[in-house]
Ligand binder design. Structure first.
Ligand code: UT7
Length: 347
């Protein structure tokens, strides 16, 4: 059955015009300066540094101060991007922001980022896909390049998870952190690989395991919703964990197989940093050597849409990501959402 599906997808890909692919030409990341260590958490909830480290791989995470929102982290990430790769921000055609902690219900974070960066003529929107937010935003943004409708797309993943974390709930507050990353997408040269392929899937049955019930049209904010802590992250960690391990392996294996590749041929595996055990289980299944697997969850925790660009930066800093490398991205998150992407690093 899977084989048949792959054949269909492959066939469809070959019909698409492949002359204009999107490539990542720059990266910028930002985490707020305040650090919350496991030792701090020991004083806040009934937990231990050892438990958190062994069960998740996290040592510390960065948290935004009160009044600092997702758009602020996003803007800082874009400023870092521009500092490393100077170009005129006025040339940005589209801004796509992956976030589940937007500054507010509306306007979109993309609008707020556009305004704060004074980009005169652009358009954009937010993508709500939980921890798959960056992968979804990346592939959404790439479509504008591939179709020829845009030449420069800013793709941002930014989340201030601390804004909806109950710091008395030990099952949740130990995992999350705040952070952001931005990449610039531009058209690849003829014959250049850039973003090669992706797979994505949503399965709404997973909504019951990871969600924030308050503040939307179903449960508008009221004294009652606040009293019932409905504006916090609610998570059944075990259910999410089981799904993430299974789905991340399935999706990455299918994407590689579809492109005639094995895990060993991938140079760099950049997975969403939710739990070290999820990343390692996927890497083991793909028979990927440890040195190709990027881990920075120890420093940042789970920054939702921020994790993948932050891990890209870690990979570059550690000398594990360079021009021409074949990169595999993978994420699973609230929804459930899942997504994986195969790309050739272009700079
Ligand atoms: O990014 C996408 C969204 N999120 C995820 O991908 C998260 C996926 N889930 C996970 O990473 C893990 O399920 C957690 C890290 C959230 C929890 O780890 P776990 O190994 O699944 O723990 P558990 O929920 O099965 O709990 C095991 C035990 C329980 O005690 P008993 O019932 O065995 O006595 C919990 O009460 O650990 C206890 N526990 C804790 N102990 C110390 C739960 N949280 C903590 C804690 N400190 N912070």
């Amino acid at each position: 059955m899977i084989q048949n599906d792959c054949a269909v997808i492959l066939f469809r890909r070959t019909l698409l015009p492949t002359t204009r692919r999107a490539k990542i030409t720059a990266l910028g990341t930002y985490v707020p300066p305040r650090v919350l260590t496991n030792k701090h958490l020991e004083k806040m909830v009934d937990t231990t540094d050892q438990w958190i480290l062994e069960r998740t791989g996290i040592r510390e995470r960065h948290l935004a101060d009160k009044g600092v929102a997702a758009s602020d982290l996003a803007v800082e990430a874009v400023k870092k991007l521009v500092a490393s790769h100077p170009f005129d921000l006025q040339e940005v055609d589209v801004i796509v922001v992956g976030t589940v902690t937007p500054d507010m219900m509306y306007p979109s974070t993309a609008c707020l980022v556009q305004h704060k960066l004074s980009i005169a003529r652009t358009w954009g929107f937010d993508v709500s896909a939980g921890c798959s937010g960056f992968v979804y935003a990346l592939n959404a943004g790439a479509q504008f390049i591939e179709s020829g409708r845009a030449k420069k797309v800013l793709v941002i993943g930014a989340d201030v998870n601390s804004s909806m974390t109950d710091f008395t709930d030990r099952a949740v507050c130990i995992i999350f952190g705040d952070g952001a990353g931005a990449v610039l997408l531009e058209p690849a040269e003829e014959g250049e690989d850039g973003i090669i392929d992706y797979e994505a899937q949503i399965e709404g049955m997973g909504g019951q395991y990871l969600y924030m019930p308050g503040g939307g049209s179903l449960n508008p904010a009221s004294h009652e919703t606040v009293d019932k802590k409905m504006h916090y992250i609610h998570q059944d960690g075990q259910q999410v964990f089981k799904y993430a391990v299974k789905k991340m392996s399935e999706m990455t294996e299918r994407l590689l197989r579809k492109n005639g590749l094995t895990g060993q041929e991938v140079d760099c595996f950049i997975a969403h940093q939710a739990n070290m055990r999820i990343i390692k289980a996927t890497a083991d299944r793909l028979k990927m050597p440890t040195e190709k697997v990027i881990i920075n969850i120890d420093r940042y925790g789970n920054t939702t849409a921020g994790t993948i660009p932050l891990a890209m930066q870690t990979a570059i800093d550690e000398g594990k990501l360079k021009k021409g490398d074949l990169v595999l991205l993978a994420a699973v998150g609230a929804g459930f959402t899942s997504g994986t992407t195969l790309l050739r690093w272009a700079y």
